[in-house]
Ligand binder design. Structure first.
Ligand SMILES: [Zn+2]
Length: 372
């Protein structure tokens, strides 16, 4: 009897999945012509959905903030809604209303990583290949074991190298973003922009990255990354563009909650700047979808919020936002359900009208909730 019940349930789940899949595929041509993917490393659900964490803002010893009263003045508000708008005013005030935001557990929306490691490279490999990659078990700069969704879009649409581009704060992205070196444009970590692509608006940041260094050898300031990225977007007009910010994670590991919130606030400003560029361009306006997510969660407590791994509860919990002309304007409303970052590659491909099964037979399917 038990077995019979299970198989009926399994059949129902399969039927439901097939139904959702065909709904996504049946609708034909979408409005999206360009996709911008933005990741922000290790930004917890607590901060995205709730702003400054009350447990940390009121515990200067465990937050590591140098000036707790300044931190509190800047980001503390009495309600959750006011706190998250103080931290991420553009995301919550403008972007979220034009798409869906998945992962608010208080509303029953679950988003998790599928890989067993719960740290960066396994997460990015999963995002960019549509499935966990068994050979990626560390953050070492080894090349992607599979063609990435970035490379696939470039190959499938027969685009010149510079039309699929990644600009990233962490140097390891040179390896993460492509199986084949040189198949896409990538500028990551402390790396000068080649003269051919050095637009006038990039010169200052390109130079400053080597002068205004960070505490980390492989991660440059997000300001450098975003400034180069935004000028690249204007000058090269990529078809698929990936911007990967990182400081939130590194300041977290340093136990500097004040800097984490500052970096989260800069992530919000980055979205405002990129969105402004897209809206000012007749090429991009109304034809561009944004996919925004984090690669892993981190601990929930005042002790372990600084770290993340398979041994730290909370590290698998993430969030995903999709904004654009083919996505319902539901904000958090339509976000019930359970999703994974494995679905991001297929979601991007679906936005271009491409089949994720051709990209990778084992690729997870598109996020149905991201489509009208
Ligand atoms: Zn980390």
């Amino acid at each position: 009897m038990k077995r019979c019940k299970f198989s009926m349930l399994a059949a129902a789940v399969v039927a439901l999945a097939a139904c959702e899949d065909s709904r996504v595929w049946a609708e034909g041509k979408l409005k999206t012509e360009y996709v911008v993917l933005v990741t922000i490393d290790g930004l917890r659900n607590e901060e995205l959905f709730g702003g400054a964490d009350p447990k940390l803002v009121n515990n200067s010893k465990r937050s590591g903030a140098e000036n707790p009263s300044k931190l509190k003045k800047k980001y503390w508000r009495e309600t959750v809604d006011a706190r998250r708008e103080a931290l991420l005013p553009f995301f919550w005030g403008t972007l979220a209303k034009q798409g869906v935001v998945l992962g608010n557990r208080d509303l029953g929306s679950l988003v998790e990583v599928s890989n067993p490691h719960h740290f960066s490279y396994p997460g990015y490999a999963e995002i960019l290949t549509g499935q966990p990659q068994a050979s990626i078990t560390s953050n070492k700069a080894v090349r992607s074991p599979r063609e990435t969704v970035l490379e696939y879009v470039g190959r499938k649409l027969e685009l010149p190298v510079e039309k699929v581009a990644a600009v990233c704060s962490w140097s390891v992205f040179n390896a993460i973003t492509a199986k084949t070196a040189g198949s896409i444009f990538c500028n990551a970590g402390f790396e000068a922009v080649p003269p051919k692509y050095l637009a006038p608006g990039m010169v200052e940041a390109n130079d400053a990255q080597f002068r205004l260094t960070t505490p980390w050898d492989t991660v440059r300031h997000d300001w450098v990354t975003l400034t180069i990225a935004n000028e690249y977007l204007k000058s090269q007009q990529p078809k698929l563009f990936y911007v990967a910010l990182a400081e939130t994670d590194d300041w977290g590991h340093e136990r500097r909650y004040d800097r984490v919130l500052q970096a989260a606030s800069y992530f919000d400003e980055s979205l405002r700047i990129l969105w402004g560029t897209l809206q000012a361009s007749p090429r991009y306006r109304g034809k561009t979808s944004l996919v925004i997510l984090t690669d892993h969660g981190r601990g929930h407590t005042v002790d372990n919020w600084t770290s993340h791994s398979s041994k730290v509860p909370g590290s698998a919990e993430i969030w995903i936002a999709v904004i654009g002309p083919d996505t319902p304007n539901r904000g958090e409303e339509g976000s019930k359900g359970s999703f994974s970052q494995s679905q991001v590659a297929a979601t991007i491909l679906r936005l271009y009208g491409l089949d994720h099964r051709d990209f990778n037979p084992d690729c997870a399917r598109p996020i149905g909730a991201a489509f009208k």
